[in-house]
Design a protein around this ligand. Sequence first.
Ligand code: CA
Length: 238
Amino acid sequence: MNHPVTVLVVEDEGAISNLLGAILDAQTYRVLFASTGAEALSMAASHTPDIILLDLGLPDMDGMDVLIQLRKWFESPILVVSARQKEQEKVAALDAGANDYITKPFGNRELLARIRTALRQYERTCSSRYQKEQEFSVGDLRINFAKREVRVGDRQVHLTPIEYRIVVLLARNAGMVLTHEHILKEIWGPFSSDSQLLRVNMANIRRKIEPNPADPRYILTEVGVGYRMVDSEPAGGN
Ligand code: CA
């Protein structure tokens, strides 16, 4: 992007919005603030920010309703930044169209990394080039979409058709957490709800692609929420 990236911070607590403003300013983001749901909706429409950070506990309306309203037309990333820690609340926000969910208190670096990932992911899905992208790779894992081939280093991995589709779905959304329900619907259709099926397939995928399936590097578990394919290897490599 050539223009400065505009971030709309929706947050009613002054201390937190000041903190977010300082973190984002230092990264040359252009920052706008809204402290109520109504303000958030009108500012999203008038400024069309590149990304929205959305608190769920707002004075005039529930942040979930703001999210649902926004998703009727707003296509850019929305990251929920909330003190609500319950898994079902994260799942509900992700299923309502949030791109990611960060719980308070958050680490600055983690927050910035999630913002960059969401922006990169959005840019990718927008570019027609991405649709034709033939390969995904992270670490030693390499997926060739054209050949339907998965490799770890020099070794070719033999996945079942279902396992392959799960891996591709996660790779196409690398960096983002996909909820169990989202994955189930994408792979098995709108009426599937058998999360055991997903768990079994995931265990098999990990056995095939992970150096240590008990401590996965490529497909991470978001406990009670879903799975996330990493889009870059963590620095330091420990
Ligand atoms: Ca709040």
